[in-house]
Design a protein around this ligand. Structure first.
Ligand code: CP3
Length: 340
């Protein structure tokens, strides 16, 4: 039994006694307690692949920050790895794929991820569930197929994602072939996260905003929809960063909640997405401000979402150099200002 199920009730569109709050990328990054665990290991991947420790850093923000949900500590890049494309996490730089997908032959060398490949994630979820003992729900997650595709083609982050985007013009069939494999891998992966105990799921489409609207529908939303249609066990949140033009179409996707980034105007989105819970969308940079500034920005945000089913969050992941005390203050502000 969950003692705090505010976020699940809000996701279902129910009225709650106060607004639930959590932060994208809350596990890790900002907490010294995370870094202590992380520094005792060979690197990021060892932490992701050691279920007891992944569970420990998943729970840290619940204990330290007081958030209303735990998001499982992992990375969206475990899917390409399970498909046969290994990633490295380069210290202070980010992910790097030594081998990328360049030809149809490269795709043929990959496989649809076998659900048993990622058993360390499922184990981390069951340990987390056991240790949380119902204190808050656990959020499972995956990258959207388009965002995963971008990493597999580019081999890492990029300013323009032009290699990934050009393939959509040069060889749409090949693009579909890879996107289809990622989609199938992701469906199996998310279903196993639910079996392991995930109470809700979020799909991160971090690079949604680099696509033109037609390509976004055709090469990203299409596959996100397939995932949402395949899963009806728990509520799903879709976060399509930068894709403001896709909001009307997201109304027809089988998800409960839509995540907004800080470029989106909650007052407008409320009238576009009448049937969905909304999540977001404070500019992560607001947390560099003074306490008075944070309080004012939080108050404004809560007012903007007033009257709509709502989960408070930032408009993207918390930035690594944010002061954890400021994060904690933001969470306290949401709790205090939204209590009726
Ligand atoms: O919320 C959480 O903190 C839970 C775990 C989580 C991580 N990555 C751990 C991580 C989640 C939900 C992710 C998602 C993720 N990973 C996304 C989607 C969300 C977003 O921010 O847009 C993306 C694009 C990635 C890929 C990725 N992983 C990048 C670009 C980087 C490097 C830069 C950075 O810190 O974001 C990572 C590394 C990573 N993933 C770290 C953590 C805690 C930092 C590395 C470390 O601790 O050594």
């Amino acid at each position: 039994m969950l003692k705090n199920d505010l976020i699940l009730r809000a996701a279902r569109g129910e009225k709650t006694e106060r607004t639930p709050v959590w932060l994208m990328r809350q596990a890790g990054r900002i907490l010294p307690e995370y870094r202590a665990v992380r520094n005792s290991l060979s690197g990021f991947k060892e932490l992701v692949e050691t279920p007891e420790l992944a569970a420990e850093v998943t729970i840290q923000p619940v204990d330290i920050l007081g958030v209303d949900a735990a998001i499982i500590f992992s990375d969206i890049l475990v899917i390409p790895e399970a498909m046969g494309l290994t990633y490295e996490m380069v210290e202070k730089k980010g992910p790097h794929f030594p081998k990328t997908v360049e030809t149809v032959n490269d795709i043929q060398a990959l496989k649809v991820a076998d659900p048993t490949d990622l058993s360390y994630v499922y184990e981390a979820i069951s340990i987390t569930k056991k240790e949380l003992n119902g204190r808050v729900p656990v959020i499972g997650f995956a990258g959207a197929p388009w965002t995963i595709f971008s990493y597999m083609i580019e081999g890492g982050g990029s300013k323009t994602f032009s290699k990934a985007r050009r393939l959509l013009y040069e060889d749409p069939k090949m693009a579909d072939q890879l996107l289809e494999m990622i989609t199938q891998s992701t469906i199996g992966y998310l279903k196993n996260q639910i079996k392991a105990g995930a109470d809700m799921l979020q799909i991160f489409d971090s690079w949604a905003g680099v696509l033109p609207p037609k390509h976004y529908s055709r090469f990203s939303l299409k596959y996100i929809s397939q995932i949402c249609d395949a899963i009806d066990e728990v509520p799903i949140t879709v976060f399509a960063k930068g894709a403001w033009w896709a909001l009307p179409e997201l109304a027809n996707v089988n998800c409960r909640t839509v995540g907004l980034d800080w470029n989106m105007n909650p007052k407008e989105v409320k009238s576009i997405l009448t049937g969905k819970t909304l999540q977001g969308n404070l500019d992560p940079c607001a947390l560099y401000g003074s306490e008075a500034t944070i309080k004012e920005a939080t108050k404004q945000m809560l007012e903007d979402f007033e009257g709509h089913p709502y989960i408070a969050n930032l408009g993207h992941g918390v930035y690594p150099d944010t002061d954890p005390n400021k994060v904690k203050y933001f969470i306290e502000c949401v709790k205090e200002l939204s209590s009726h």
